[in-house]
Design a protein around this ligand. Structure first.
Ligand code: AKB
Length: 318
């Protein structure tokens, strides 16, 4: 019998929606409490306990932790890279305050374990671009990246000083069809499938050669659940683990889509997100995650393209 009672903060986003479904399948719906800043859609509301929580408010989280006897928190509430550049102060406030709230709950013994997502955004222009190592130069240029790097340092600090069990992954761009991503630089790799099915053409906000690390959502969920379930002794990196699956450019993804939809056309009109993409790695060395807790990715560009077109097809079928 699993004793964990889980709270997912920011549970209605791209990652949260699918993570919650997996956690509920594993632990039972009643053991996974979903929360977000506002009520979810009817489907999510009907599936199990839901609480409206502002993750920047310590007492709102604490009340729910006490009410449901929560043992683990997955903190997914965050403002991503592109939106963060439009609202820098808000991004910093949300990303850092929510993290301190959850780390403090763990420090005070009110919960046992924390999952907190970091990102490839912790890296910057001075970082080696190819096969970026776990430990390297890190000078992020976005507010989001700065908040993630600061967050990583605080996770390690709370682990070292107070013994907090916090586990973290540096996610690459995530590709999924159930929920749209919101406000990221890697979002083109989701949007392109919607536009391919709707109009057979896509105007990319990144240039043809912008190579970025990416991952299919199912791989990301498996990694998240795996890192949370391994014995604590196997976690050697207490800031955040590099995690990789594949890397591709908009041009390469378009060529893959063209194999299924020969009429598909892509054009390029880079905007402010180009500068963000240019500051991030092309590919990531995740050998520490592979060695320490057995990480292996499953999905490549062919499988992802096939799944995305197949699953989204009916949405756009006339
Ligand atoms: C973003 O593009 O901001 C995110 C990320 C890589 O963390 N998808």
């Amino acid at each position: 019998m699993l004793k964990s009672r889980i709270l997912v903060l920011g549970g209605c986003g791209q990652l949260g929606t699918e993570l919650v479904a997996h956690l509920r399948a594993q632990y039972g719906a009643k053991k996974v409490i979903v929360s977000d800043i506002k009520e979810a859609d009817d489907e999510m509301m009907a599936q199990g306990p839901f609480e409206v929580i502002d993750a920047t408010d310590y007492s709102q989280i604490e009340d729910v932790v006490i009410q449901y006897e929560i043992t683990e928190i997955y903190l997914l509430a965050a403002m991503l890279s592109a939106t963060g550049e439009k609202f820098p102060a808000k991004a910093w406030q949300l990303n850092m305050t929510s993290l301190f709230n959850v780390l403090d709950l763990a420090k005070d013994g009110k919960i046992e374990k924390v999952f907190w997502p970091s990102s490839i955004a912790v890296f910057g222009e001075s970082t080696p671009k190819n096969n970026t190592p776990q430990q390297t130069v890190m000078e992020p240029s976005t507010v989001y990246g700065i908040s993630k790097l600061a967050g990583e340092r605080w996770c390690e600090y709370y682990h070292r000083k107070y013994g907090v069990d916090v586990r973290s992954i540096r996610y690459p761009g995530l590709i999924s069809y159930k929920t749209a991503p919101g406000g990221g630089t890697t979002d083109y790799a989701v949007d392109i499938f919607h536009k391919a099915l709707k109009h057979d053409c896509y105007v990319s906000f990144l240039n043809a050669q912008s190579e970025l690390p990416m991952m299919y959502i199912e791989d990301a969920i498996r990694a998240t659940i795996a890192i949370m379930n391994v014995p604590r002794s196997q976690i050697k990196v207490h800031s955040s683990y590099n995690l990789a699956a594949l890397s591709f450019t908009p041009e390469q993804l378009a060529a893959e889509i063209k194999k299924h939809r020969p009429d598909f056309q892509i054009s390029y009109d880079p905007d402010f997100r180009q500068e963000i993409a240019d500051s991030w790695p092309n590919s990531i060395d995740d050998s520490e995650a592979r060695n320490d807790w057995g990480w292996e990715h499953k999905f490549g560009i062919e499988e992802i393209t096939e799944i995305m077109l197949r699953e989204l097809g009916p949405v756009y079928a006339k």
